[in-house]
Ligand binder design. Structure first.
Ligand code: ATP
Ligand code: MG
Length: 335
């Protein structure tokens, strides 16, 4: 007897999440570290480290982040690294899988991913899964919250922000906008802004990301944000309240403009419904005040109502899993 396992995969620039029909949920950073030299090879005792383990040991590793702007980078190393991550995360999620069992996986890709990107995913997963369904990420988010009526999904990831308006059928090109302005972009903006004011402080991508995730905000007011940073190793406290807000607005402003565009070009009879049903997903949805910022940007349009998803980490993979489990046989691509 062979079983079919269904999995939903959200292959993201910063994180890959997976949900299975057996109820498992796993998430891992989308990175692989290869030992830098003979010393680190000996220390780690293996050819590569994955995800958080790699990040924690990154000083001894050459780090590969195989996705850029939501899609797999077009080079051999990235393709290999993506395969390693997917293979590992699937094996970890389905320890009970036997040789004869089958895996049917729905994989989320950015709304406007090209055919080449989709082919790359199919090629990479060829010997890991048996049948594949490539799904649009914002569509997967809508699925995860069971919304198939008029709703506007905003998925703010690390590499891209994907916006998509739903209207009860498969979204078309004019329903979608992909911005390359997302979490990674915001990290760069914050880094530049801090260094402009305090040129001597020592920053790493990890430090900046932690500051952003803990204190980032776009609300009108915030308690003062003071962080401890070092200058030539000597720690002091730095006040970055205003720097942080201005930086975060550089992410939310273009997102709000894209929202206005998708509302403004929608069927006039349904614009009000769309304005009042905005769902914000992805890691960026955790930015404090982002829902209000989107609502405020719609004041001239008659107002709006935006909510952030409960489970930013898994809503993409859970939506993909739901689609996988409901999809009739003829929609699957056999690989
Ligand atoms: N509290 C927070 N405030 C602001 N940003 C956050 C917060 N928590 C996470 N993020 C950011 O969200 C981003 C990760 O989001 P997510 O996991 O949805 O991205 P992804 O799916 O890997 O990327 P993509 O969809 O672009 O491929 C990172 O840039 C992370 O720093
Ligand atoms: Mg994503």
């Amino acid at each position: 007897m062979s079983n079919i396992f269904y999995v939903g995969i959200d292959l993201g620039t910063s994180r890959t999440s997976l949900a299975t029909s057996t109820g498992k949920r796993i998430t891992a950073r989308t990175c692989v570290g290869y030992p830098k030299d003979i010393v680190s090879r000996k220390r780690f005792g293996k050819a590569y480290l994955l995800g958080d383990e790699a990040l924690a040991n990154r000083l001894g590793l050459n780090m590969i982040w195989p996705l850029g702007e939501g899609v797999i980078r077009n080079d051999e190393k990235s393709v290999e690294a993506t395969g390693l991550i997917l293979r590992h995360i699937i094996a970890e999620a389905l320890p009970e899988k036997k040789e004869s069992d089958k895996i049917y996986a729905a994989v989320g890709v950015p709304a406007q991913a090209s055919l080449t990107n989709k082919r790359a995913i199919i090629d990479i997963t060829r010997d890991i899964i048996d049948k594949i369904l490539i799904v649009s990420e914002p569509f997967a988010v809508a699925y995860s919250v069971d919304r198939f009526d008029e709703v506007l999904i905003i998925d703010i990831g690390a590499g891209t922000t994907d916006l998509c308006r739903m209207h009860g059928s498969v979204p078309e090109a004019e329903d979608q906008i992909t911005l390359k302005i997302a979490g990674n972009f915001l990290d760069e903006v914050i880094t530049e802004a801090i260094l402009e004011k305090f040129p001597q402080v020592q920053l790493t991508p990890q430090i900046v990301r932690r500051i952003k995730e803990k204190y980032g905000y776009v609300s009108d007011v915030s308690e003062p944000v003071k962080v401890t940073l070092t200058e030539k190793g000597i720690p002091s406290e730095y006040e970055i309240t205003e720097i942080l807000r201005e930086s975060c607005l550089k992410l939310t402003q273009p997102v709000c403009e894209a929202v206005q565009k998708l509302v403004g070009t929608f069927d006039a009879d349904f614009q009000e419904k769309l304005r009042n049903n905005i769902i914000i997903a992805g890691g960026g949805s955790r930015l404090k005040g982002i829902d209000r910022a989107v609502e405020k940007s719609l004041e001239n349009y008659g107002g709006g109502n935006a909510a952030t998803v409960q489970d930013a980490e898994y809503c993409g993979s859970i939506g993909a899993l739901k689609m996988a489990m409901e999809m009739p046989e003829e929609y699957w691509e056999k690989i």
